[in-house]
Design a protein around this ligand. Sequence first.
Ligand code: JD8
Length: 245
Amino acid sequence: MKFDILTLFPAMFDGPFSESIIKRAVQDGLLDIRLHDIREYAVDRHRTADDYPYGGGAGMVMKVEPLAACIDKVKAERPAARVVLTTPRGRPFDQALAGELSHEDGLIIICGRYEGVDERVRELFAVDEVSLGDFVLTGGELAAMVIVDAVARLVPGVLGSEESAAADSFSDGLLEYPQYTRPAEFRGAKVPEVLLSGNHREIARWRRHQSLQRTLAARPDLLASARLSEEDIKYLAELTEGRRN
Ligand code: JD8
């Protein structure tokens, strides 16, 4: 899968793609991540990438010419890629969108800065606006890193057979059960007995119940679209019984 990231701050991306799973996937040729410095496409003496907003107001706006020149260049190299613009007004990014994007041939991700990008970028190019969530970042770079990470791990071969995206939180729409490793007791805190029992049916049951409990407590909104069995529904009824709500 090919990622092309358009940014004024390419150095921000040095860290996250140089470690662990993403690093290995790049080395293995499963991912091709390229960074494009938008400032290199500014042709004036000062390589200006921002300017004052028409109509006045606070802050600066990312200029259209350098960004358009950069998009033209990258699109010529990647004609089949989908273009994504990170912005707080975009479609909320979630696991379903990550899955959708992972089937694309390539992604061109535009990182805005300042107060945002000149509106004509959206007008002139077929861009899909994507938001990480309802909070404010200083620019689109961190959002782009999150999108690359979440999409890349869904590309076949990126996760080893050890990992595997199938059993994740969200694959069945519930939060994950608690995890433990050795030692069996630490500072008096014990690993639940059932996990040491070797009874795999009981372990699976316990984990499912933990997932249901946690989802009910922290994210009850997820239960509406979770894939639940008759048993799950019974268990949830038991949990909510006596709460009288
Ligand atoms: C891109 C500029 C900052 C945004 C004024 C200063 C995504 N979930 C998210 N939160 N914030 C962003 C995001 C913020 C950005 C840019 C993404 C470019 N800013 C601006 C508008 C209001 N501030 C984001 N994805």
